[in-house]
Design a binder for this molecule. Sequence first.
Ligand SMILES: Cc1cc2nc3c(=O)[nH]c(=O)nc-3n(C[C@H](O)[C@H](O)[C@H](O)COP(=O)(O)OP(=O)(O)OC[C@H]3O[C@@H](n4cnc5c(N)ncnc54)[C@H](O)[C@@H]3O)c2cc1C
Length: 371
Amino acid sequence: MVIAIVGGGLGGLALARLLHMNDIDAVVYERESSRDARGQGGMLDLHAGTGQRALREAGLIDRFHAIARPEGQDLRLLEPDGTLLLQEDTPEDAPSLRPEVDRADLRNLLLDSLPEHVVRWGHAFEHADDGLLHFTDGTTATYDLLVGADGADSRVRPLLTDARPAHTGQNAVELGIPDVDRTHPDLAAMVGRGNYWVLGDGQSLSAQRNGDGRVRVYLSFYNTAEDWFATSGIPSDDPAGARARLIDLFTGWSSQAIALIAACDDMVVPRSITTLPVGLTWPSTTGVTLLGDAAHLMPPVGQGANMALLDGVLLGLALAAHPDDFPAAVKEYEREMFDRTSAAGRQSARIQEILTSPDASQKMLAFFQPG
Ligand SMILES: Cc1cc2nc3c(=O)[nH]c(=O)nc-3n(C[C@H](O)[C@H](O)[C@H](O)COP(=O)(O)OP(=O)(O)OC[C@H]3O[C@@H](n4cnc5c(N)ncnc54)[C@H](O)[C@@H]3O)c2cc1C
């Protein structure tokens, strides 16, 4: 029996790891040409009950703690005028409830836990028919079970559901300050060891210290149209012009917030934020299933990677428990996954609603300090 996993992101690799641990053959088809082909993005906080649980099941929790940054949980929440609303510094001896980890380090941890031949790089899935996978370069491969772990714009998803991601009204621009301690020590101290969050009316700025000395800056614009980037006046091919326009769009914000944008380098990545309907399900179908963002794309407020890791691990455990009955294993996995990820999707939607509201900073303060 051949298990084909399309997508070598966190979810697909977690599944491959569990199958490898249980001597079940699987192949991961990944469209990128190598593990270093694309920057993997910023930090992720892994929660004790989901992402960390998945790594424990995968036998990787000790190696995770070696690369995790507990101090990355630090949080500063501010008003656009610079008023500090909340500062939480993680004590040295605090339990690692939500330690941060560089996404690339986490993906490498999973990749290094697999024999090299498991991941076939440079294989972009196009479609499947009659037990055959077709790749964009014209090659094919056979499979008995196809697992779509191919993220937000999954090409496997249409085999199970007509649902498509819809725009949330949020458009974001990702920027960054490399080697911040050396180049901008004042801004490094201001951001601190973790997250620096400024929430305004319809806009937000979040800066995040990464393990590689970079501060990643996300500028978000809420209640905006899907074609906002085309109409925003942010030039796509002129980083200096883009920074100038973004500073313009943050007129009236504190000088510290503006200084963060001005200090960014030439990496300017637009991100249009889409989600699948909360509580999406499909009738269980022999031979194919989904995990991670392909199954339940949520707003990026801290659940998606955690869910993807746990999906991969729980599907792997179900397949190991029913090695002669993959349809039963898939059904068991989907039943639990639908319940768990619906709850996470509802919670993510609530946080997204707070971020979108006019008094986002006060509501977020109440969220962090209930009662
Ligand atoms: C800005 C931002 C910040 C986020 N922050 C957090 C956070 O702090 N905490 C958190 O839990 N989540 C966060 N998320 C969400 C998280 O990134 C995703 O939920 C998670 O990466 C999903 O994992 P995945 O394995 O399902 O998909 P992905 O990580 O997207 O991996 C999919 C893989 O499939 C490959 N692929 C795609 N199409 C094909 C194809 N046709 N053929 C072959 N391969 C293909 C891709 O190259 C990729 O390697 C954030 C998301 C964004 C956008």
